[in-house]
Design a protein around this ligand. Structure first.
Ligand code: PHE
Length: 334
């Protein structure tokens, strides 16, 4: 009984002490163990009773020691049995798609200039993609070869440029309008290293009183320097779009070779990055905006093309294959 009380009181402060207790009490030479040795000298009449008591004592001691041991293990591993002292497994994080990285960067630049963001539908009609944008009825872009038609008469088609969102915004809002329109566009083109039937554009539109070509140039110069570096130069070449007059195409000095000449800029020192111009008065009128009172500029560019020039990517198809070996290279970019 005394031994039972002693065992009951036993407490330990370290895991190793549990083992000491086991040796002290229930090993062959331990205190309880010895009782078994002495058992042979017990008189026959009380052998049954004493034997039972010793067995109970041994079971009691064993349980107690196991309990102490379990306490230590539970403390080590926490309630769930997970060892919280083990170093964690690193979480594998995904990375942003390079097109998202560059798109966000472009959005940030224009947001700083006070442009808001608007979006429009990818499935469009002839009015928003062509007619309201001053495309003549016989314009080749209306050809099935260039545009994916879902239905003819009335036309349901996939937008070929984000300029359709200009129209949607101007139909709903009177100037001042200062917004950009990022989105996916579709063209019925053979897929190659340089072109794809699906790609992304960002369009910009600024309509207000007294908006001039100088405003357009300054906005685009700021944009080019933010995106390609502060030493960047821009160059505007006359061009033609049905919805702008005058129209231009803009080149930025090659950021890879700094204008020295390399195979990215084809040894010209310049990279063509966007189309732009002053909004044609016919377009303003089609949207019920007074073209005597207001003027505006617009520009549009391909996100794939800009991303390829910025990172020296040689094949547009990389963007759509989702090969992790390609995508992983942009982990540190954002
Ligand atoms: N929409 C034209 C294109 O897809 C780009 C552009 C936009 C040109 C706005 C001028 C003004 O090529």
């Amino acid at each position: 009984k005394a031994l039972k009380a002693e065992i009951e009181q036993a407490s330990v402060s370290a895991k190793e002490e549990v083992e000491e207790l086991r040796i002290k009490y229930i090993s062959k030479k331990g205190l309880v163990g010895q009782l078994f040795n002495e058992f042979k000298d017990v008189p026959v009449e009380i052998k049954k009773e004493v034997g039972q008591a010793i067995n109970e004592l041994k079971e009691f001691a064993t349980n107690k020691i196991n309990e102490l041991k379990d306490n230590f293990e539970a403390a080590d591993q926490g309630e769930s049995g997970i060892d919280l002292t083990m170093p964690g497994e690193p979480l594998k994080l995904g990375s942003r798609h390079p097109l998202s990285i560059v798109k966000n960067e472009m959005i940030d630049i224009f947001t700083r200039l006070g442009f808001t963001i608007a979006e429009g539908p990818e499935i469009e009609d002839d009015w928003h993609v062509f007619s309201a944008l001053n495309f003549p009825p016989e314009h080749p872009a209306r050809d099935m070869q260039d545009t994916f038609f879902i239905e003819k008469d009335p036309d349901v088609l996939l937008r070929t440029h984000t300029s359709s969102v200009q129209i949607r915004v101007m139909e709903k809002t009177q100037p001042p309008i200062r917004a950009i329109f990022p989105g996916r566009v579709f063209r019925n083109e053979a897929i190659s290293a340089r072109s794809h039937c699906i790609f992304h554009q960002i369009e910009g539109l600024y309509v207000d009183e007294n908006v001039s070509f100088a405003d357009l140039k300054q906005t685009l110069l700021y944009f080019a320097r933010e995106l390609f570096g502060e030493k960047s130069q821009i160059r505007l070449r006359p061009s033609y779009f049905p919805f702008t007059e005058p129209s231009a195409e803009m080149d930025v000095s090659c950021s890879i070779c700094g204008g020295e000449g390399c195979n990215v800029c084809k040894y010209t020192g310049w990279l063509e990055i966007l189309g732009c111009g002053m909004v044609d008065p016919n377009v303003l009128e089609a949207c019920n905006i007074d073209s005597k009172k207001y003027t505006g500029f617009a520009f549009g560019m391909g996100i794939e093309r800009i991303t390829m020039l910025k990172y020296g990517i040689k094949d547009i198809r990389h963007f759509f294959e989702n090969d992790v070996r390609f995508l992983k290279q942009f982990e540190s970019a954002n």
